[in-house]
Design a protein around this ligand. Structure first.
Ligand SMILES: Cc1ncc(COP(=O)(O)O)c(C=O)c1O
Length: 398
């Protein structure tokens, strides 16, 4: 059966992790992997998570099956967090949120749901988008296309071209948006631009799908839900794939959710039953540890407030690293303009380097970057930035 199978090359990011681990240069920097890091290069647990885990340990009495919806308190809390407690769609019973294994799980369930609801529906994603979108949707049998998004020359949003692309979409198309902190380019529409996008979605009748994997990392927990809330107000239907991996720093616990908005409450119940029907023959039921922790946090006034503060610490650190790095580059002998680093948001940005320059950073300086030159800004710290700028100056100026 397996005779004809050939080994598939590892994901380039995994290759970088291995090469970085094997590198003995004390100045090495890993700018590849997409996790938040503190000033010491660690990815710590949040205090609110540790606190909630203690509560969970002392109160949980069984590990028996919970059933397809998973932790119901988590589902309710996530609906309120994402859409806002005063959301009309929420009050009308048109929203259903179901726990999934991480944001990736939510996206896969969304793809499976699309295939059941409208098998011929196609997905339109930004150019570029998260590499796993390109693997995940076709793996579920969903055809994927792209709409213009990022301008390489100016490192900014191609808003007019994007709008032109969206104007051509209509009923039966699903259009995928990154709510904030776009992965990989770090560029987001501003609030006015989101309003225009939501108007077009309502007018053209396509179904928006929002991937919100970095809520709280761009402008704030509530602020980063703006696009979701505009779509929720203006469109009859909406799909949201959310992740708690980054903002609760619970990466390996696989905490995420799919939320669906339908025309009425009856349809919402039907869609939820279809979600359970597609997950049952897949993973049967979602894992509960992580969501139970998030449930405790979001249902405690104190812990929820602490969480908002801890997210702000991560956001402010990334934003300040962006400013410092951009200023250090401007003050160096580097001629090229990198001020876009300070204007973009979230963990990722493209440096605009050639593959050859990326390889020189790795081979000559032990600085590990994926070939597209996307870097994780959160991997910088006061101790490694000057070394990086020096290395960048050499590979750019030689
Ligand atoms: C854009 C985007 N969507 C979704 C995810 C999924 O995250 P997870 O499955 O770890 O929750 C990620 C993670 O890197 C991401 O960058």
């Amino acid at each position: 059966m397996f005779e004809h199978l050939k080994a598939i090359p590892p994901d380039p990011i995994l290759g970088i992790i291995a090469a970085y681990a094997a590198d003995s240069n004390p100045k090495k920097i890993d700018l590849g992997i997409g996790v938040y890091r503190d000033e010491h290069g660690n990815t710590p647990m949040l205090d609110c998570v540790v606190e909630a885990e203690k509560t969970l340990l002392s109160t949980q009495t069984t590990k028996s099956y919970l059933g397809p919806p998973g932790v119901v308190g988590f589902n309710t809390a996530m609906s309120q967090l994402i859409f806002g407690a005063d959301s009309n769609a929420l009050q009308q019973g048109r929203i259903r949120t179901v726990q999934t294994p991480g944001g990736t799980g939510a996206l896969r369930v969304a793809a499976d749901l699309m295939k059941v609801a409208m098998p011929e529906a196609e997905l339109w994603a930004s150019d570029p988008t998260w590499a796993n979108h390109h693997a995940l949707f076709p793996a579920a049998g969903v055809n994927m296309h792209s709409y213009p998004y990022f301008d390489v020359e100016s490192s900014s949003l191609r808003f007019d071209a994007m709008i032109e692309g969206l104007q051509q979409r209509g009923v039966g198309d699903v259009v995928l948006f990154h709510a904030c902190c776009h992965n990989p380019c770090g560029v987001s529409p501003d609030p006015e631009q989101w309003q225009i996008i939501a108007d077009i979605a309502a007018e053209r009748g396509f179904t928006p799908m929002v991937d919100i994997a970095y809520m709280g990392f761009e402008r704030g927990v509530d602020e980063d839900c703006l696009s979701v809330r505009l779509f929720a107000e203006q469109c009859h239907e909406l799909i949201v794939a959310s992740s708690c991996s980054k903002n609760f720093a619970m990466y390996r616990e696989r905490v995420g959710a799919i939320s669906i908005i339908t025309r009425d409450a009856e349809k919402a119940a039907a869609v939820e039953s279809v979600i359970h029907n597609v997950t049952r023959p897949n993973y049967s039921m979602p894992p509960t540890h992580g969501p139970a922790v998030v449930d405790i946090i979001l249902h405690s006034k104190e812990l929820a407030a602490q969480w908002v503060e801890e997210v702000a610490v991560m956001r402010n650190r990334i934003n300040s690293l962006r400013k410092t790095l951009s200023a250090k580059i401007a003050a160096s002998q580097i001629q090229r303009d990198f001020s876009f680093l300070a204007r973009q948001s979230g963990m990722f940005s493209f440096l605009g380097l050639s593959v050859e320059q990326v390889h020189r950073l790795r081979d000559e300086y032990s600085i590990y970057v994926v070939n597209s030159s996307r870097v994780n800004v959160a991997s910088f710290n006061q101790g490694n930035m000057d070394y990086f700028v020096e290395a960048l100056a050499t590979v750019l100026n030689d």
